[in-house]
Design a protein around this ligand. Sequence first.
Ligand code: NAD
Length: 499
Amino acid sequence: MIQPFDGHAIAPETAAFLARPHRLLINGAWVDGAGEMETRDPATGLVLAQFHTGGAAEVDRAVKAARAAFEGPWGRMTVADRTAMLHKLARVMDAHATLLTELDIIDNGMPHFIAGLTTANCVEMVDYYAGAVMRIAGTTIAPPRHIAAETEALTYTLREPIGVAGQIVPWNVPLSTAILKLAPALAAGCTVVVKPSEETPLSALALGQIVLDAGLPAGVVNIINGVGAQAGQALAEHPGVDKISFTGSTATGRRIVQAALGNLKKVSLELGGKSPVVVMPDADLSLAIPGVAMATFFLQGQNCMAGTRIFAHAAIHDELVEGLAAFACSMTLGHGLDFATTQGPLISAAHTEKVMGYIERAKADGATLVAGGERLDRAGNFVKPTIFTGCDNAMPLMREEIFGPVMAVQRIETDDLDAIAALANDTPFGLSGSVWTRDLSTAHRMAKRIRSGHVSINCHGAVGTNIPFGGYGQSGWGREFGQEGLDAYLETKAVTARL
Ligand code: NAD
């Protein structure tokens, strides 16, 4: 018989959280939604909780509450008080780190080592943006000639919050994606309506309670769970929303753009990826083998930055593949609450079917399977870490975002960096990428040639709180993290005064 959490213990705080009702957060109060859904532990398939869902009416109430808070207490707060309040939020999050970590483990399936890291990063991010509040500043500029020629004049700029931000979050790193939107928006002085993924509604609700406990005024943060086509669509369309920030698939990103047209709200998009990993003949394979393996298998491949297209130079191809296959076979699949687990389950049964479909298609297309390629024979949505060689850029395996633990290796025969880059850049996406070499010149020349928002050298996906992150091409619009992440919630107003 399947045990809840595979027989692993959860903290009393997490158990108490699961037992309470999971409602919507509107204007500082927990309220009933129009419907209910259930969320499951992807490692066991067992139901974790029922949660309330909202539609257009609940989104409308939340947007109005956010507007009132923007024009009221949040908008009028001094920057010193806003800074203090965000630091307080970080401290209360830290005090509930175990709850936040365990909720993402049981709701999303991520291994403990990843969930613990992302919770710590979330606390760091709130502190980082709290520290940025008092540095929000405009500039002084020479006034225009037609005024300055006649009289003394002054031009300066003000940075002002955009207003009410709608924030739509995916399931793959639930808390982290919510925080990397919420923290810069609040720091900028915006108020927010957050729409978490219906696959992973729980950590956002715990965050909502933390926001209340930290004393943020009612309506500054509103949380509406619900399905994308209802709650998400209503938020993206709402004329009272000034900015929509979306992270999710490229297909949904297109719908968001359409929905935002009504009031031409500002739009930020963090979308899918299919990132290249280039391994040169002089790469240090003792670094590259585990690094390249985790470029694909980190978060069971459900990672927008996943490096799933491996361009392996012929000189090291066989040794690299042998090492990658051994690494894949040594991974420990299991429940994320088990500290030994290095790869958890996929998010849902439906997503597992989709990933297995890509694996079957790759076999039919003639790619060579060297590791995995099948489900694990146990409850839950487990797919073994899978590696194909003999791949080329025409295969769906090399072109489409699979969002699972599936690696495609292509042998490259040339040393010409432009030719290698042409292969690596033959994709509609451009989110991440990495190059593995001992040669500094090759490393930086290849980093320049890869067309994506982030490139790592001798590591992969090395992003962080203060490093701007976003996509080229169909991987998105705009940047999150760092100063650019804050700028995304600020307008610039220029003022010219005849003195
Ligand atoms: P998804 O697009 O299915 O859903 C994302 C969110 O959008 C969910 O909250 C969903 O409910 C909502 N949504 C769905 N349809 C909507 C609609 N019509 N209108 C408004 N909202 C709608 O994506 P997902 O499956 O949850 O997440 C996986 C995808 O997210 C992958 O493509 C991955 O690459 C991408 N992602 C990108 C980044 C990044 O930073 N670029 C980070 C994480 C995930």
